[in-house]
Design a protein around this ligand. Structure first.
Ligand code: CU
Ligand code: ZN
Length: 183
């Protein structure tokens, strides 16, 4: 009798252990799917890769991090645009700036900014720039989701964003584009 109840207890512990292992596995899969692996591979108009940027939820904002190379030295505007496409002449497929609320462009605009308005990139003489910034609001998939049905793209412009001229800060042509994607 003692040995039978010991056996039952052992089997129960084994089942419990398996259940905990399963729970741990599905929890880590869920975490990976919900918070990691959202990136944008940025290409120029000729299809040359400029770098990969990583996007992540950061409070009531989205962080954008990475390194870009092969850009013209100087200052370039950069924004999240509202459609996850980089096709068309001058990457027109990316659409306008991501703006889930009715705002105008720019942090220096009293009626702004768009959620997709980022800081200017200052590209050094070596043609590279370290990107470390965040959006003024929104989230990847929570409130004001960036990753809605039509996705999003990150766009780099030829010249400086003045942070106030609607709709795109007078930042010139679109010279780089990356579709935001991830599981
Ligand atoms: Cu833009
Ligand atoms: Zn804008």
């Amino acid at each position: 009798m003692r040995s039978v109840s010991f056996l039952v207890a052992t089997r129960a512990a084994a089942v419990l252990g398996a259940a905990l292992l399963l729970a741990a596995c599905s929890a880590s899969i869920y975490a990976a799917a919900s918070t990691a692996g959202v990136t944008a591979k940025v290409l120029d108009a000729t299809g040359r890769e400029l770098g990969v940027l990583t996007l992540a939820d950061a409070g009531a904002a989205i962080s954008v991090d990475g390194t870009l190379r092969g850009l013209t030295p100087g200052v370039h505007g950069m924004h999240l645009h509202t459609i996850g496409r980089c096709d068309g002449a001058s990457f027109a497929g990316a659409g306008a700036h991501w703006s889930p609320t009715p705002k105008q462009h720019g942090s220096a605009n009293p009626a702004g900014p768009h959620h997709g308005d980022l800081m200017n990139l200052t590209v050094g003489a070596d043609s590279s720039v370290l990107v470390k910034m965040s959006t003024p609001g929104g989230s990847l998939r929570g409130e004001y989701p960036l990753l809605d049905a039509d996705g999003a793209a990150i766009v780099i412009h030829a010249t400086t964003d003045d942070y106030k001229t609607d709709p795109s800060g007078n930042s010139g042509a679109r010279i780089g584009c990356g579709v935001v994607s991830g599981s």
